[in-house]
Design a protein around this ligand. Structure first.
Ligand code: DSN
Length: 470
């Protein structure tokens, strides 16, 4: 074979056995465990096929029909298809809404949206990280250390959940917003188990003259399936990732309102929203270079799948499964933030049983149950948070129903019993606690049960029978 062919057309497993094997091991980890990270999902084979294509080779800065490089006739068709499917999937009228599908993922989408709407040092308000908000909504520590670029480039003031109920304290938000007069209010979060009162957000934004942006990343699948409140009814901009409850590839989107602005004092009659140009200019050339066309094609495929009746059933099941695991945990006496859920996740407050999220995450990891430690409101340390977040989108994609999630609740209960036993035998300090993990028979036993349980279910995206490591 000539050298180009040898370099260019030899399959991965021959070129790079190390990476091939690590991918195979990760595939085994994904399908032999219980995946409960609320922001993760298993995408489809069709999406993975589109991701692994030569579309990754092409540069296409600019918008369809107006690119900085030649050779974009098919890329333009793909991006336009993706944009029109995005509007359709979220039931939007193209006269009233537009979408940019080029953001690489959620954090870049948010920063591009802020760059479109704000000047440096403008004021913003988002849900505080320990209350369930996202880093990019303006997080800084209680000591004032600016963690997110959003708080570095803009002046941010968080709003919070009520320390008593765990629900967003809308009255306090309104009071703070009227004092702070932000230019932008952000709704949406990463660890909030309840739906959002978008009408109230809109009324607060209008009272203080702010724009309203929803980051619906976590719940975008539920929004598309009309299984959650609709942020598009009230917001100016809506951002999202595409790989969470939407079940697509890793990517981001920014939706922007078009057409006439709502009437306002001091504004000329018939004034139009100008978000479209601002958002598109912000994504490119302000912040990004070439769009990731393989991602955009894969997103178009995912959006086509979102529009099938099966997706609505999936979204309903995601919610029913969250209720099932939440009720099971509460039946064992555990405390959930807000005592339940209306979406795809439950936030489990471990402080009443004297455990931290770190320890429970660690033990679960060793048992092939993947969860993540998470701050719970009132936590003093972000490094040792008092809770864990449990999400249902990924395992629901494997076909699990309520009874299966009750079994998952039982596995989680068992992992707590193990964690408490290790802590009481070895001590609370993490370095002492860790000594109780190696060779722990209870962990090995639970891991075996988890592997047997998860092996029963189908796996989207790849063929389990042909995996190198079974
Ligand atoms: N990392 C995601 C989450 O877990 O919520 C958000 O970016």
């Amino acid at each position: 074979m000539d050298p180009v062919n040898v370099w260019g057309n030899t399959p991965l497993k021959v070129v790079d056995e190390e990476i091939f094997d690590l991918i195979e091991k990760e595939k085994r980890r994904q399908c032999r465990g219980i995946e409960l990270i609320a922001s993760e999902n298993f995408t489809s084979l069709a999406v993975i096929e589109a991701l692994g294509t030569p579309l990754t080779n092409k540069y296409s800065e600019g918008m369809p029909g107006n690119r900085y490089y030649g050779g974009n006739e098919y890329i333009d068709l793909i991006e336009n298809l993706c944009r029109s499917r995005a509007l359709q999937a979220f039931h939007l009228d193209s006269e009233k809404w537009g979408v940019n599908v080029q953001p690489y993922s959620g954090s870049p989408a948010n920063f591009a949206a802020y760059t479109a709407l704000l000047n440096p040092h403008d004021r913003i308000m988002g849900l505080d990280l320990p209350s369930g908000g996202h880093l990019t909504h303006g997080y800084y520590t209680s000591g004032g250390k600016k963690i997110s670029a959003t708080s570095i480039y803009f002046e941010s003031l968080p709003y919070k959940v009520s320390q008593e109920t765990g629900f967003i304290d809308y009255d306090k938000l309104e009071e703070k917003a009227l004092d702070f007069r932000p230019k932008l209010i952000i709704c949406g979060g990463s660890a909030y188990p309840r739906d959002w009162d978008y009408a109230r957000f809109r009324s607060i934004a209008d009272k203080c003259g702010a724009m309203l942006l929803c980051d619906m990343a976590h719940i975008s699948g539920l929004v598309a399936a009309q299984e959650a409140g609709n942020p598009f009814d009230y917001c100016d901009l809506v951002t999202t990732t595409t790989h969470k409850s939407l079940r697509g590839p890793r990517a981001g989107m920014i939706f922007y309102r078009k057409g006439p602005k709502p009437p306002k004092k001091g504004q000329p009659e018939g004034a139009l929203n100008d978000y479209e140009d601002r958002v598109n200019f912000s994504v490119f050339p302000s912040l990004q270079g070439g769009p990731h066309n393989h991602q955009i094609a894969a997103l178009a495929v995912a959006l086509k799948q979102v529009m099938t009746p099966g997706f609505k059933a999936y979204a309903k099941q995601v919610k029913a499964n969250a209720v099932a695991v939440g009720n099971y945990l509460m039946s064992k006496g555990y405390k959930l933030v807000t005592s339940g859920t209306e979406n795809h996740l439950v936030l489990w407050d471990l402080r009443p049983i004297g455990l931290t999220g770190n320890k429970v995450e660690k033990v679960c990891d060793l048992c092939n149950i993947t969860i993540n430690k998470n701050a719970v409101y009132g936590d003093s340390s972000a490094l040792s948070p008092g809770g864990v977040r449990i999400g249902t989108p990924a395992m629901t994609s494997r076909g699990l129903k309520e009874a299966d999630f009750e079994q998952i609740g039982e596995f989680l209960h068992q992992s707590i019993i193990i964690t408490l036993a290790i802590q009481s035998e070895h001590g609370k300090l993490l370095k002492d606690f860790n000594k109780g993990l190696a060779g722990n028979k209870d962990i090995e036993n639970l891991k075996a049960q988890v592997e047997k349980f998860s092996a029963q279910f189908d796996m989207p995206g790849f063929d389990v029978a042909t995996m190198k490591f079974q």
